[in-house]
Design a protein around this ligand. Structure first.
Ligand code: ADP
Length: 475
């Protein structure tokens, strides 16, 4: 049976965060394992995909007394068929990033949901839909309540429970959808609004989230964003599956951006030399002095989830104890951006406030360690990518960070540095340990680096767990 992944993002051409990497990596791995998978995405204005013009498909569908004409453009990306939907009459996706202003994105994603369902119906063959996060959550509820003729079952993956798709009755009414009790759109946080994610949690045949710890955490009031009771009620169909990374794309052995490529299995001396050369090239590019002390990086959106206050604190602490810090951070509000810019004047600090994939590759390749102090982290990909490049993770113990990084002293795998609390004392404590280990115990530092390089974070293990769920849903 065909599996349609329906999402707002797919790496690398429509990426705002880790969700994009997951859609690309998981689908590619499923195809390799012989699963019949396709992706359905909005056709954003900024897409530069080589579409196969012979496979463009245009048709009309009706819903709620209205008729919509859509065009579906098709491309094969890394062997994965990708279908990009646009409306022939209204430019719903005419924007330069996946998410627009709140009003604009709600309208466009609701349209995307009904258009994707119409497209699947148009294919006439029974299929399973794999839905990613709130923009496509409504599909689970509509497929079930309207007894969709070709959607056999749905799986809903929560990448980040914080964003739930709050909307109003009139938003749905604009597409001929009545917010009936049956759709279960109740919003525990604000009863005056509807909640798309809540409806998917109720209606999807299976729910997954992106790590085992996050699957537990979201059932508690601390991490549940008002949906903890609903999730607890549906825990029998909730599974935590840790994300993988696309190890072809994130490959220090072939990464065109980094100065010296190296394979994880190269002789140790070669790896150490390549890491050293990459660090030197990075320092040169960023204007940092070439000193023998750890260079820490962060590659992140600067939203509250990612603890930008603790990143600022860590930069100051690094200056104090003689370490270097390089940040590439996107989505910083103005005031926060100014605080980062002012720290950037210090000689051991580099700050780039943008979404900059090239620089992210240089940091993964050349930094000694990556600092990830998240308040919550469903899975987190930056620690996985960093380990693939021999860059040691320093993480707060939450969600997927907890599942993938174990402390060099207290953990079993000993592949990084872990701290418990999201506060400045904990950050000081962990950074002092990082400095001491690098300076006074280089053998342990190197051992940790090689442990990280030896770990397998490819999609192959995790995709098998998804494939098992697809098989169960097929029957
Ligand atoms: P989230 O999805 O919450 O943003 P993840 O750790 O799951 O966090 O995934 C982040 C992805 O986005 C990684 O591939 C990371 O390299 C990339 N990324 C994050 N911030 C930036 C940035 N400022 N510039 C370039 N890439 C970034």
């Amino acid at each position: 049976m065909k599996i349609y992944h329906i999402a707002a993002e797919m790496a690398p051409f429509a990426k705002q965060g880790g969700l994009a990497d997951v859609v690309a990596g998981l689908t590619k791995s499923c195809i390799r394992q012989g699963v019949d998978v396709e992706v359905i995405l909005p056709h954003y204005r900024f897409l530069t995909i080589p579409f196969d013009r012979h496979k463009t498909h245009t048709f009309s569908f009706h819903r709620g007394g209205k008729s919509y004409k859509i065009t579906v453009n098709r491309a094969l990306i890394d062997d994965v068929p990708v279908n990009c939907i646009e409306c022939s009459t209204t430019p719903y996706f005419d924007r330069d990033r996946p998410y627009g202003t709140p009003g604009e994105q709600m309208k466009s994603f609701l349209f995307f949901c009904i258009a994707a369902m119409a497209y699947i119906e148009h294919q006439h063959a029974s299929a399973i839909v794999h839905l990613h996060d709130w923009p496509v959550a409504l599909i689970a509820a509509l497929a079930k309540t309207e007894k969709h003729p070709t959607i056999h079952a749905s799986i809903f993956t929560i990448h980040n429970l914080q964003f739930q798709g709050e909307c109003l009755e009139k938003d749905l009414a604009a597409f001929g959808i009545k917010a009936t009790k049956e759709l279960q759109l109740d919003n525990p946080k604000d009863p005056t609004k509807l909640n798309l994610m809540a409806s998917a949690i109720s209606h999807a045949d299976h729910i997954t989230t992106v790590s085992r710890t996050y699957a537990e955490e979201i059932q508690t009031s601390e991490y549940g964003w008002w949906l903890q009771d609903l999730l607890r009620g549906h825990r029998s169909k909730l599974t935590g599956i840790v994300n993988g990374i696309d190890t072809d794309y994130w490959n220090p052995g072939s990464d065109p951006h980094i100065h010296s490529q190296f394979a994880a299995r190269s002789p140790h001396l070669e790896v150490i030399k390549a890491k050293h050369d990459n660090k030197r090239a990075l320092q040169k590019e960023l204007g940092l002095p070439h000193v023998h002390s750890p260079l820490i990086c962060s590659i992140t959106r600067l939203t509250t989830q990612k603890s930008p206050d603790l990143i600022l604190h860590a930069m100051e602490k690094c200056c104090e104890i003689g370490m270097q810090f390089a940040l590439v951070g996107s989505e910083a509000p103005k005031e926060l951006a100014a605080r980062f810019q002012s720290l950037a004047k210090k000689p051991n600090i580099s700050v780039e406030l943008s979404f900059n994939p090239r620089l992210s590759h240089l940091l993964y390749g050349g930094a000694d360690a990556i600092f990830i102090p998240s308040r919550f982290e469903p899975c987190g990909l930056t620690q996985l990518i960093a380990m693939r490049y021999g860059t040691i993770p320093i993480v707060r113990s939450t969600g997927g960070l907890k599942d993938t990084v174990e402390d060099i002293e207290y953990g079993e795998h000993k592949n990084g540095f872990v701290f418990e609390h999201a506060d400045t004392q904990a950050v000081d404590w962990v950074l002092e340990r990082v400095y001491q280990t690098y300076t006074n115990a280089p053998g342990i530092w190197e051992k940790t680096l090689f442990t990280d390089l030896s770990l397998d974070f490819s999609w192959d293990n995790s995709s098998l767990q998804y494939i098992n769920i697809y098989k169960t849903l097929e029957n």
